[in-house]
Design a protein around this ligand. Structure first.
Ligand SMILES: Nc1ncnc2c1ncn2[C@@H]1O[C@H](COP(=O)(O)OP(=O)(O)OP(=O)(O)O)[C@@H](O)[C@H]1O
Length: 259
């Protein structure tokens, strides 16, 4: 079963076409990096797949037409980590993370033992346990990002869509997050994450989808997508290419010479 599929997905924002009839399918066990320059349409793709934006075309989540799903059903299938790291309420970190359990609980029911275990595990995995009692709005940008990632993990969904999840994280926490997404995929879940760090994308993702001007221009294993020609044509950069333990290493070095 595909966990996410979009067919002929088109989006217009402010009367400007932003996505042009995209088709893609993501199955269990994939860690997909959504890459492309600023304005390529990465956030728009993630947000329209979640019905946060009006779109044309079909979106299926966990095998079901998403328009036929209730908000609760959608939340049981897909967790979303937004680009904006806004935490609206001045409440303790553990309370923010516990919100991830809301779709699994009726109304205002108290957390069960299992809920608490999942919330604790999510906090451990995102290394936020040490400040679980601190007020979430008083944390640093990177700490808030980890708290929101823990909340998304606590949702315990088969599919996770994450918009620039590594932005603002220090190198150790960036790698820890990539490892975590890799392990979620190894458990048979799917992660689709927009990424600007091509080094992380090359090293950790099982598949990359390269967007440019609202179209998919390459889709496949990192070594097939992050080619010198694509980096030059789409990003306008020259890069160093290497390999460690069979994984590609890509590091942008300089602007490409104009054609
Ligand atoms: N509300 C809006 N009204 C009009 N145009 C919009 C709106 N929101 C986004 N856009 C445009 O849609 C295009 C795609 O934006 P999107 O945020 O999806 O790009 P992105 O690939 O996520 O970029 P970035 O890497 O900079 O976050 C951009 O050209 C942007 O200016």
């Amino acid at each position: 079963m595909t966990l996410l599929s979009v067919e002929n997905l088109s989006v217009e924002l402010g009367r400007r076409p932003v996505l042009h009839g995209l088709d893609l399918a993501v199955g269990p066990g994939e860690f997909v990096g959504l890459i492309g320059p600023n304005g390529a349409g990465k956030s728009t793709l993630l947000r329209s797949a979640l019905h946060l934006l009006p779109a044309q075309g079909q979106v299926r989540l966990c095998g079901t037409d998403s328009t036929a799903m209730s908000a609760r059903e959608r939340a049981a299938c897909v967790a979303y980590l937004a680009q904006e790291r806004e935490i609206a309420w001045a409440v303790p970190v553990e309370m923010v993370v516990a919100l991830g359990r809301s779709p699994h609980r009726p109304g205002f029911a108290a957390l069960t033992e299992r809920d608490r275990a999942i919330v604790d595990a999510a906090m451990r995995r995102m290394d936020v346990e040490a400040f679980r009692h601190r007020i979430a709005t008083e944390l640093s940008g990177g700490e808030k990002a980890r708290v929101l990632a823990a909340r998304a993990l606590a949702q315990d969904t088969p599919l996770l869509l994450a918009d620039e999840p590594t932005a603002g994280l220090d190198p150790a926490h960036q790698i820890a997050l990539m490892r975590l997404f890799d392990s979620l995929a190894a458990d048979g879940r799917s992660v689709v994450a927009s990424l600007h760090d091509l080094g992380l994308a090359a090293r950790w993702c099982s598949r990359l989808i390269l967007l440019d001007k609202g179209r998919i221009v390459a889709d496949g294993p990192p070594s097939g997508v992050l080619t010198p020609a694509n980096l030059r044509a789409i990003y306008g950069v020259e890069a160093f290419f290497g390999e460690v333990d069979g994984a590609p290493i890509v590091h942008p070095l300089d602007l490409a010479a104009p054609d």
